[in-house]
Structure formats: C-alpha cells, structure tokens
Design a binder for this molecule. Sequence first.
Ligand code: SF4
Ligand code: SF4
Length: 150
Amino acid sequence: MNYELIKERLAPCGLHCGKCFAFEDGEIKNHSRQLKISLGNFDVYAARFVELLNEPAFKNYPAFKAMLEYLTTEGCKGCRQEKCKLFSNCKVRDCHEQQGVDFCFQCSQFPCNNTGFDAHLHKRSVDINLRMKEIGVEKYYEEVKDLPRY
Ligand code: SF4
Ligand code: SF4
C-alpha cells in the first residue's frame, strides 16, 4: 500500500485506525455485520440451547447480541477525516496540522508532552512513532497490517 493510502489507516499519533472497532471500513465492523446477518433469528435458538445442550453460555446471548449490534452501527472514517470518537482529549489531531507533519515522528518536537494522552497511550504512540522513524512508514505498516490493534 502506498504512503497516501496508509495515511488513511494510520493516525498522526500512529494508532491504527484501520483496526479500530469504530472504523467504518475496518475488519471488526465488517466481520460484525457479517456475523449479525449469519446469526439471523438466533435469539430463539439460544434460549432453547440453554436446556437442549445443557449449556449456560447461551444465557449470555442477549448481552452478546447487544454488543454485536453496537459494533455494527455507523462508524468513524478515521482520524484524518473526522475527530476521534474514542480519545476526546487527543491534541495530536490538530497539532500535526499546525506543525505541518503527517506523523509525530516527523515533527521537530517529537517526543513531546502535548499529545493529551494518558501515560499508557502516550507511551504507545511514542513507541509506534519511534518504530516508524526507524524503518519508515511503509515498512511499519507491513509489520502491523495483519495484527490486531488490541
Ligand atoms: S479516529 Fe479514533 S475512533 Fe476513529 S477509527 Fe481512528 S482511533 Fe477509531
Ligand atoms: S508537537 Fe507533539 S503532538 Fe504535535 S505533531 Fe509534534 S510530536 Fe506530535
């Protein structure tokens, strides 16, 4: 994948929007929609399977279905298209435009204390950016494109 297309998937902080559960064209949303279709009217059977299969796990189907429903709702187009729905404190989104860079590692102030992230996310972003700086954006994307984000 070329640099411009990769930018649609990797946020300026380095997080992989393409693997985010909220990403409109992401694997999680697409698989969830497919699973919802495949399950059809499973509610009725889940209730029956509690006794037929003597399997209490089926009692949890309503909660599972609610989660699946949530995962199929309209998603986010990615950090560069709209404001992140997950990290409302993120300052990188606006800052990278002011700094005129695509990714934090390209910024003269990297690593900075202006991300707005908590310690966990800040470290993750710094680690990702250090790796991109080391091997380049395209090679970094190859490394992570088939890995789960979580
Ligand atoms: S911008 Fe935020 S909510 Fe949207 S896909 Fe990226 S990480 Fe997920
Ligand atoms: S100042 Fe910090 S948050 Fe802003 S682009 Fe540079 S490294 Fe990223």
